[in-house]
Ligand binder design. Structure first.
Ligand SMILES: [Zn+2]
Length: 263
């Protein structure tokens, strides 16, 4: 089973779907799950920011969202997101499949393994590897999908994740430009929590703006993010639907992330 998190400007995927309300030990997810069949595969879709974009990035119930997917039997997650560019040559409208992440968020509830005694499986001290934060198999499938559809994309890159909801200052953005390629507010801890639950997770970043302007461009605004996202929404859906049809593997190292992760 495959899960898809829709980000800013992306609120539906499956045409003929049923809806399922899920409750979790970590609270209510952002929205009910829509599920249906795509190319004979069962797919679950959730709007990350809730229906009508009610939740800011720092208030998203990430743990409930990932747990809900896991509870439904999801093993692989495709997670599109709107991002800002930190490089002049990564223009708005470009798609990037990142392979690294740097977390600059703070205070987010970012682990299931915090000694939760009422769920014995989660009470053990657990250190999952995040050396490769994104699933290489799913990311490769996304890359093949872009090639098949003849759509330009960039394979690999580092995504900087900031707390938000405000955008970065020019000075902060200058600092991030030295360390990353694109910038976003929701990839952390979503990506980490998927790993802790042994699910494959890959991101498709849609570049909507030049962050704080990179010195020569206009600085990002929420209007601009939504405008560029809307322009590219159909392309993004086509990529995700095609990629779902290409997911053909049963096993991956992400699905064994807890092996050797415990003392
Ligand atoms: Zn994987």
């Amino acid at each position: 089973m495959i899960g898809v998190f829709g980000g800013s400007g992306f609120y539906s995927l499956i045409e003929k779907h049923e809806t399922k309300e899920v409750s979790t030990p970590f609270g209510t997810p952002s929205s009910p799950l829509n599920f249906g069949d795509i190319y004979g595969k069962k797919v679950y879709f959730m709007a990350r920011h809730g229906d009508g974009h009610a939740l800011p990035p720092h208030k998203i119930p990430y743990k409930a969202n990932l747990w809900a997917m896991k509870q439904c039997g999801v093993k692989r997650i495709l997670a599109p997101a709107a991002v800002g560019s930190l490089k002049h040559d990564i223009k708005p409208g470009t798609f990037v499949i990142p392979d690294q992440l740097i977390n600059f968020t703070s205070g987010r509830d970012d682990t299931y393994y915090g000694g939760m005694n009422e769920l014995p499986d989660l009470s053990q001290v657990t250190h999952v590897s995040m050396a490769e934060p994104y699933c290489p198999k799913l990311s490769d499938i996304l890359g093949e999908t872009f090639k098949e559809l003849d759509m330009p994309f960039r394979m690999g890159g580092t995504i900087i994740v900031i707390q938000g909801p405000r955008f970065a200052t020019k000075a902060e953005s200058g600092f991030y430009q030295k360390h990353g390629d694109v910038i976003n507010m929701t990839q952390y801890p979503e990506c980490v929590l998927a790993r802790e639950l042994e699910m494959c997770y890959a991101n498709i970043s849609l570049v909507t703006d030049y962050d704080a302007g990179l010195g020569i461009h206009r600085a990002v605004s929420a209007d601009e993010v939504l405008r560029v996202f809307k322009e590219n929404n159909e392309k993004l859906k086509q990529i995700i639907l095609t990629a779902i049809g290409k997911v053909d593997y049963d096993d991956c190292k992400c699905m064994h992330a807890l092996e050797g992760a415990r003392f």
